[in-house]
Design a protein around this ligand. Structure first.
Ligand SMILES: [Zn+2]
Length: 451
């Protein structure tokens, strides 16, 4: 993919024995395999043959939870009132309009927006498998293939989390809009998902949509599929109290306990949201070192509540971040929201350092998507980089030594200047190098769904 290249970072967020530090005048060499070959701080001025990266170079950001088509809802769902469930009705209307071609166009634009925000890998929680009404496309994975191709066109990595979605509730058949999501049973899901092939920029994982959408006696089939492949396994967990209530009624246990009893939890698993948990739920998640994917901008948009991220992290769960419904796509906003939510809730400050929040958005996020070799600027790691301007109206002023604090607590996606994936520069001076006009691509692909 990349030519052999050398980058020179004015400032860079580098691993260090006592915790990451901001290094200066850092030469970053990239080999033909797209991995970093050397990291040399204090190298002096930028050599003539190096690509200059002005600002703070961070590891590329991992967007650990995405439903690409939700981007089409932006604006539309901010009218009137309602709940998560009324929002979902609108979401289903947009889902019904997509086919493999239109999804390729929309997802390319959405992933290009992600690239411009500094995101170099996305975890796509994909359940829009079949044609409206549930008919199969000629290639039963045509929709998933469209997402993999979209990531390639946008220049980013993808983990396609192929999602098992079989029921509309406990013991309830899929509703009409949900027929597109269902393979019939978990064995049929496993057979179809097993046809997906990994490639350079794409890895394959599994997802259980939720305990509402996969019957308890079929949870282990999905968990086993992922275990056999040592693949990531993601699951929406307790985003809404209604899910907890229905699970208690159907099974007499919480969703977390149900997942634990069927072998779903563990260090390859990510529980998404984890908003409404009991003390025992928290213990089950921490004891199993399950990743917790928080999606703060979506959780506040959908009035979900504030999950116990701090308690889960203190107990040993790695925390990751996702933009989920894409109410906004801004990894810095997701990161600071974790701390700021905690401040509002506790009325005290300082629950997460900027460094800990950056780790959630990079190293731990990539690992949860099955890319453990990404998320650090060090020799041997994937050369995935995101450069944040420290001279914009939002970021100018603080000394470079405060670059991490500035990026996390003041920068926005608009401050991302350059992005490198596998050594290849896909964003230069804020301009996507592969998708000519990202706003136009978003506008046109979303308009096509409404015509
Ligand atoms: Zn989601």
């Amino acid at each position: 993919m990349p030519a052999v290249a050398t980058y020179w970072a004015e400032h860079a967020w580098l691993p260090h024995a006592g915790g990451p530090v901001v290094g200066h005048e850092v030469l970053i060499g990239v080999g033909p395999d797209g991995r970093i070959t050397e990291v040399t701080p204090d190298s002096g001025p930028c050599p003539p043959d190096a690509v200059k990266l002005t600002g703070l170079t961070l590891p590329g950001q991992a967007n650990a939870h995405s439903h690409a088509f939700h981007r089409a809802l932006r604006g539309h769902v901010q009218i009137g009132s309602g709940t998560f469930w009324t929002w979902r009705d609108t979401m289903y209307r947009f889902a019904g309009a997509l086919d493999p071609d239109s999804y390729l166009g929309l997802a390319t634009a959405v992933y290009a927006e992600m690239a411009l925000a500094g995101i170099t890998a996305v975890g796509e929680f994909h359940y829009l498998h079949h044609a409206p009404g549930g008919g199969r496309y000629g290639d039963a994975n045509a929709m998933g293939e469209a997402l993999i191709e979209a990531a390639a066109r946008a220049g980013i990595r993808i983990t396609l989390l192929d999602t098992c979605y079989l029921s509309s509730g406990f013991g309830a058949e899929p509703t009409e809009p949900q027929l597109r999501f269902s393979d019939g049973d978990a064995d049929a899901w496993a057979a179809r998902a097993g046809e997906l092939k990994e490639r350079g920029h794409a890895r394959i994982g599994a997802a259980i949509h939720s305990v509402r959408a996969v019957p308890a006696d079929q949870l282990a089939t999905v968990a086993h599929w992922a275990a056999m492949r040592r693949a990531p396994l993601h699951v929406h967990l307790s985003e809404q109290t209604a899910e907890n209530d229905a699970c208690l009624t159907a099974h007499g246990v919480t969703p977390t306990r149900l997942l634990a009893d069927h072998g779903v939890l563990g260090p390859r698993t990510s529980a998404v949201h984890a908003t409404h948990l009991t003390d025992e739920d928290i213990r089950l998640l921490t004891d199993s070192s399950t990743n917790i994917c928080m999606c703060p901008t979506t959780e506040r948009d959908l009035a979900d509540g504030i999950g116990p991220a701090r308690r889960l992290a203190s107990g040993g769960c790695p925390i990751t971040l996702g933009s989920d419904s894409h109410a906004v796509i801004d990894p810095f906003e997701e990161a600071r929201a974790l701390e700021l939510n905690e401040r509002l809730h506790s009325r005290t400050r300082g629950h997460w350092t900027a460094g800990a929040l950056l780790r959630a958005g990079t190293e731990d996020g990539h690992a949860s998507l099955g890319w453990p070799e990404a998320g650090r600027i060090e020799a041997g790691a994937l050369a995935d980089l995101a450069v944040v301007a420290l001279d914009s109206v939002r970021t100018a002023g603080p000394a470079p030594a405060l670059g991490a604090e500035t990026a996390v607590f003041a920068a926005s996606a608009a401050d991302v200047r350059h992005v490198v994936v596998g050594g290849r520069q896909i964003v230069r001076d804020g301009v996507h190098q592969l998708v000519a006009d990202v706003p136009a691509a978003l506008r046109d692909s979303i308009a096509a769904l409404q015509s």
